[in-house]
Design a protein around this ligand. Structure first.
Ligand code: MSP
Length: 641
């Protein structure tokens, strides 16, 4: 969702203040934040709007329940949204409350203008009404006699009300949607709206008599009524940037680049809103993107089910960036996604702890040990280096495309692919061996290549996990003035400056160790590499290796070789032959009767034509192998470990 001109205006729905925020609200707001950050890093002028929908029956009912006034309900709940956005590191440019004077004034002005133009008229209406959703429905809309949205029972009411002419704009809207295929995204949502528009469109009841509901914006032409909450709410998208039709300040932002919404508010945004804008006489937003819902496991999330996921709690337990990352990586925008704590921990450990965090550890530890903590200077590139460079730059492309196509999960998968390539590159080039061989030139190139690949990754992940990427960039030695990168930096290979000092290495993403049940404590830290930067193994891996004591019965040289000895050992359960590369440091005759340690469950191999059933333990000291023997009496076949 990028545009060739350089201004980007994104909105979230404004949230009802009848209850505290949940994961669904957090998701849309994080998505908008990531898009805004991405556009800011690419140099676009960006305006990111969020806010709260404070009028209407839901809010009034919530206030009545608590025996407080509606505005007290709003003031208390809006803080919860604002605090959550702080916690989630949301960088909105404006936060609009529909109870603010700047909004009420514009809604009032628009109502009056539309009334004067004859777009709003008064009529009696008898209809089927859903109280919680505050909407009239026709018989054909109902599902099993209930509200099609909330599935609750509906009631009949007769009322004199004001109506906004929608029906006469139906053909125009169908034409507009067909002519502008990007207007409603993804495509299956466009089809849903077109399907809805196949039925005749009724005019929209935009008033509520004060006798039934008083919490709303008064109609300027009839003080006995307040405005229907949706008609009021949608106008926030133009009231926040200061709607005045011909005002250049307003036109700096309008039309919006993208309204992000959830799939349940598709009709209000893709039918009511475009027609309202047409009647007002201003252009339509460039796109409306409807994402799917977060389910909890397979269930719909809801208070009555007691499964509402609290974003604040997730941030406290696992960190803001981990939570942001999970939501974006797990949901393919447009489809529903499932939240479970198990899936969260799984993704966190795989992508962030074992993937990205581990890779940073490995690179920086070796740079500290062998280059005094300074970025080494790369020498000539070999095929492996070029391959990693290409794989990293491919992630840049994937990420860019994912923003255009609104498939951010794919962009993140592309970045993780590059991180995995980086880990593989380390295994293949084995810099710890290069260090032992004192091959400084090659070691410099390998460490530089891996560090540079991580620098590019840090730019690509910056919009999603800015806090952690600030830390990672400091560790990589990026200077303090450039911690917030420019997106263009991701496409340029070689920006890390050799000889810059790297920063202290914190544990970027401590692994989450799952105890029996997921507790409330901060995850304990786990180091994933040894001091040479090699991956650590768990006790389960170690216990697969069977070490036992064995007594050497015979030892002789293997013919035509310099290094190999043929040993026959007693394993306590029988005899076996082992070929060992220790001839240069051990004479065969001093070996007989020594008790040694062997790996007894190694697959047999043939070495220079001789069968070898196991491996003995020896230490590499310089160029010599020193046989490890047992100090003291120990019978053969005793398990070591
Ligand atoms: N106030 C209206 C929007 C007016 S916009 C001019 C509203 N508010 S809401 O608080 O009920 O919902 C806000 C958003 O949260 C909607 O986009 C809705 O789709 C989204 N979600 C609510 N539950 C959700 C999930 N379980 N998952 C993802 N988003 C969901 O509607």
């Amino acid at each position: 969702m990028t545009d060739s001109d350089s201004s980007f205006y994104v909105t979230t729905p404004i949230y009802y203040v009848n209850d505290k925020p949940h994961i669904g609200h957090a998701y849309t707001t994080i998505l908008a934040d990531v898009m805004s950050r991405f556009h800011r890093l690419s140099g676009s002028r960006t305006f990111f709007l969020t806010g709260t929908d404070e009028h209407g029956q839901k809010v009034e009912q919530a206030a009545n329940k608590k025996k407080i006034s509606p505005i007290e309900q709003c003031d208390a709940t809006v803080i919860r949204f604002q605090n959550l956005w702080k916690k989630l590191n949301i960088t909105h440019d404006d936060f609009i409350r529909t109870t603010e004077e700047r909004h009420r004034k514009i809604v009032s002005k628009i109502l009056q203008t539309l009334y004067d133009r004859g777009e709003i008229y008064k009529a009696d209406y008898e209809g089927t009404y859903c109280v919680p959703c505050e909407r009239f429905f026709t018989e054909k809309d109902l599902v099993g006699g209930n509200c099609p949205d909330c599935k609750r029972p509906v009631g009949q009411i007769v009322e004199s009300n004001y109506f906004f002419k929608m029906s006469e704009h139906q053909e125009w809207l169908i034409g507009y949607i067909n002519d502008n295929p990007d207007f409603i995204q993804p495509a299956h949502r466009r089809n849903e709206t077109l399907g809805f528009l196949r039925q005749p469109l009724d005019d929209l009841c935009i008033s509520r008599p004060k006798s039934r509901l008083s919490w709303g914006i008064e109609l300027p032409f009839d003080r006995e009524y307040v405005c229907y909450v949706w008609f009021d709410a949608l106008i926030n998208y133009i009231s926040a940037p200061g709607f005045m039709a011909d005002d250049p300040e307003f036109q700096k932002w309008w039309p919006a680049t993208c309204h992000l919404i959830g799939k349940d508010i598709l009709t209000t945004h893709t039918v009511y809103w475009p027609i309202m804008l047409k009647a007002i006489g201003i252009s339509l937003p460039k796109s409306i993107f409807a994402h799917g819902w977060w389910l909890v496991g397979k269930d719909k999330m809801g208070k009555s089910l007691g499964n509402v996921v609290d974003p604040m709690n997730m941030c406290d337990r696992y960190g803001t960036d981990a939570f942001r990352y999970f939501l974006l990586a797990e949901m393919t925008p447009g489809n529903d996604a499932s939240f479970t704590e198990k899936a969260f921990i799984n993704r966190y450990n795989t992508d962030l702890a074992d993937g990205l965090g581990n890779m940073l550890n490995r690179v920086i530890q070796l740079i500290c040990r062998h280059f005094d903590g300074k970025i080494p200077s790369p020498k000539s590139q070999e095929a492996d280096d070029i391959e990693l460079q290409d794989e990293t730059l491919a992630a840049v492309k994937t990420m860019e495309i994912s923003f255009i196509e609104m498939k951010l999960d794919r962009g993140l998968e592309g970045v993780m692919k590059a991180v995995r390539a980086c880990n593989r590159y380390f295994e293949k080039t084995a810099p710890w061996h290069l260090a032992k061989q004192d091959n400084k030139d090659r070691l410099s190139t390998v460490l530089y290549t891996a560090a540079e690949s991580l620098r590019i990754v840090s730019v690509l992940l910056y919009p999603v996990i800015p806090g952690k990427m600030n830390i990672m960039r400091t560790v990589l030695g990026v200077d303090a003035d450039h911690l917030e990168p420019e997106l263009a930096d991701s496409g340029k290979w070689g920006l890390l400056k050799p000889n810059t000092k790297t920063g202290d290495l914190p544990s970027l993403f401590p692994r989450i160790i799952v105890e029996k049940s997921v507790g409330n404590k901060q995850a304990p830290e786990k180091i994933t590499t040894d001091t040479d930067g090699q991956n650590l193994i768990g006790i389960d891996d170690f216990s697969k290796i069977k070490l036992i004591t064995a007594r050497i019965i015979t030892a002789e040289r293997v013919e035509n070789t310099k290094k190999l000895l043929k040993l026959v050992v007693d394993t306590g359960k029988g005899r076996r032959q082992i070929i060992a590369g220790i001839a240069e440091s051990c004479s065969p005759d001093i070996l007989v009767d020594k008790t040694i340690i062997i790996v007894s469950n190694l697959k047999p191999a043939t070495i220079c034509g001789n069968k070898s059933e196991g491996m003995l333990l020896a230490a590499q000291s310089g160029k010599k192998s020193v046989l490890l023997t047992v100090d003291g009496e120990c019978s053969p076949g005793v398990r070591v470990g």
